[in-house]
Design a binder for this molecule. Structure first.
Ligand SMILES: O=C(O)CCCC[C@@H]1SC[C@@H]2NC(=O)N[C@@H]21
Length: 242
């Protein structure tokens, strides 16, 4: 698969949008440093040199209908690559839908965006950031957010971002093959086996509503199923708080 390596870029998501029309197949766009990286819901994302920053551009076989499910494919790949570098003692889990946690703190984030291509076609950009070397301080986060952690801070391990790329690419290829061959079922099961707070009380905050309930499962569309005093609710977009 094609790989584009950049020293410094505004955001690998922006670079993905610039490159996508000229790409002939899937490609990883990797940057040593980003100066204007973004997170979900328009938040800033710190991406200094030493942390991992990349965007994978691909064209889902079934079109953008499959796009949301790639959130889970990417989260599993990221968890697997981190398990590989972190070893058997790294306490990893995935917070719905795609934040990877190490020792209960957020070590990595994933951002999905669709890219418009010529002649009405679309590509999917999957941006992945990992705090390999450094995590943002508490005061840079939203008040109720989970603490941010880094691989170096939690384990003392030092991993070069450019060395992390092939591990992530390999893990992604593995789960993508599974997804293409067998559909969402095995992805869903693997994701549930790594889910943070499954079966426990959590809070889901959508734009203006807050729901508290038991995190039962995720459904075939990846929606979070929460059971609370008002019954069973499927939530497809929300921020989750523990
Ligand atoms: O948890 C989040 O809010 C998602 C963070 C996604 C950050 C990555 S870093 C690589 C790619 N480029 C960006 O500008 N954002 C994503």
């Amino acid at each position: 698969m094609a790989r584009h390596v950049l020293l410094k870029v505004d955001s690998t998501m922006n670079e993905a949008a610039r490159l996508a029309p000229g790409l002939s197949g899937p490609a990883w766009i990797f940057a040593h440093e980003q100066t204007a990286a973004r997170g979900r819901r328009g938040r800033d994302w710190r991406a200094p040199a030493g942390n991992f920053s990349a965007t994978l551009v691909l064209r889902p076989r079934e079109g953008l209908a499959q796009a949301a499910l790639y959130s889970f494919v990417a989260a599993l790949a990221l968890e697997a690559a981190l398990a590989h570098v972190g070893g058997p003692h790294a306490r990893l889990s995935i917070k719905w839908p795609n934040d990877v946690l190490l020792n209960g703190g957020k070590i990595a984030g994933i951002l999905l965006e669709s890219l418009a291509l010529p002649r009405g076609a679309h590509a999917l950009a999957i941006g992945i950031g990992v705090n390999l070397a450094a995590a943002p301080p508490r005061d840079a986060l939203e008040p109720e957010a989970l603490p941010a952690v880094s691989l170096a801070g939690e384990t003392g391990l030092s991993v070069e971002p450019v060395e992390f790329l092939p591990m992530l690419a390999q893990a992604f290829a593995h789960y993508d093959r599974q997804f293409q061959d067998y559909g969402f079922d095995p992805i869903r099961n693997a994701w549930l086996a790594r889910a943070a707070r499954l079966g426990e009380e959590i809070t889901a905050r959508t734009g203006h509503e807050t729901h508290r309930g038991t995190f039962e499962t995720i459904d075939a569309t990846g929606a979070l199923i929460l059971t609370g005093p008002h019954g069973r609710r499927a939530i497809s977009a929300a921020d989750i708080f523990f």
